[in-house]
Design a protein around this ligand. Structure first.
Ligand code: ZN
Length: 319
């Protein structure tokens, strides 16, 4: 398994893609649709004796542009199949329409969070920029992967581990024999993974409860007891159990903090966002709101708060 470090124009820095040799040359994640990323991907492949046209399969861990943006280019040059969890079907095959569905959703979320209208404008402007960094793949190249599906990479039998949270359709890949987990953005060593707010899937009515799903996915990956995690950004993780424990503790502390803020100083998601992340600017405010709403979902699930809709704004009240 080769690690290909591909630059991105995003604050997160470069993305780790992985290359598996074998009967079918397989690339796991692609980098964004961006000239520097494409040049780097070509060079990384060339250094190992391959060209883009040799790729037979692309496995997409989740439908964020830094992980799948170049899929269409790779398919155009190689005819590769693109494997991803079924929840990414429309993101991959109908990218621009699927992305566009976010705009109305985020306007509604911003309004219900009590944010001023210019906030929603900034978020949507930020969203529109991301749409440059990917193109859709042809529908016939898409192959849906289900949880626990077997995937041969090199000569090892890996399994798909559906781990929604950071994204609704995120998968990890697990090799039980080497206890290696390719975790994408599910687990990162140096930063916490944002539970990114997503609109309901096309055939579903409710939006995913991203942080509720994320905590469940972390517990699921903990059960696998991986020895090493290969993440989507940054260095491999060896002390996996300690990292997951630290992440869970971090979220527990944040739940307590948010609940305390609701008792004294805030009642809407936007007010909480300003208390927790007063320095966030532009698009990052959206990530802050995702984080806050994720925790509010968890508190509500746990029966610690309830929400009331007043004048189209959701207010949260400790129970
Ligand atoms: Zn991501």
């Amino acid at each position: 398994m080769h690690t290909l470090v591909i630059p991105t124009p995003f604050p997160v820095g470069p993305v780790n893609c992985y290359l598996a040799e074998g009967d079918e040359l397989t690339l796991i994640d692609t980098g964004p649709k961006d000239a520097a990323a494409l040049a780097a991907l070509r060079e990384e492949l060339r250094a190992r004796g391959f060209a883009l046209s040799d790729v037979r399969r692309v496995i997409v861990s989740h439908a964020h542009v830094d992980h799948m943006g170049l899929a269409a280019q790779i398919v155009a040059e190689s005819g590769a199949r693109v494997l991803a969890h079924a929840r990414n079907r429309w993101w991959l095959t109908d990218f621009h329409n699927e992305w566009g569905r976010r705009y109305d959703f985020y306007r509604t979320v911003a309004r219900q969070s009590g944010a001023p209208p210019e906030y929603a404008d900034r978020v949507v402007q930020g969203m529109q920029i991301f749409s440059r960094y990917a193109d859709p793949i042809p529908a016939e190249n898409f192959v849906a992967l289900e949880d626990d599906a077997a995937v041969t990479l090199g000569d090892a039998a890996w399994r798909v581990v559906f781990a929604p949270g950071h994204a609704g359709g995120l998968i990890c890949l697990h090799d039980p024999s080497s206890r290696t987990l390719m975790a994408s953005d599910h687990l990162l060593r140096d930063i916490t993974s944002n539970p990114v707010l997503e609109p309901p899937a096309r055939d579903e009515a409710a939006r995913p409860r991203a942080l509720v799903d994320y905590i469940a996915s972390m517990e699921k990956t903990l059960q696998l007891a991986p020895q090493v995690v290969l993440p989507g950004h940054g260095e491999p993780i060896y002390d996996v159990r300690a990292l997951i424990a630290a992440r869970l503790a971090f979220h527990r502390a944040r739940l307590d903090h948010i609940e305390a803020q609701l008792r004294c100083c805030a009642s809407t998601a936007y007010e909480l966002c300003n208390v927790l992340f007063p320095k966030l600017k532009s698009f990052d405010v959206f990530l802050g709101l995702s984080e806050v709403i994720g925790h509010l979902d968890l508190l509500e699930r746990a029966g610690r708060i309830r929400c009331e809709m007043r004048d189209e704004v959701i207010r949260y009240v400790p129970v």
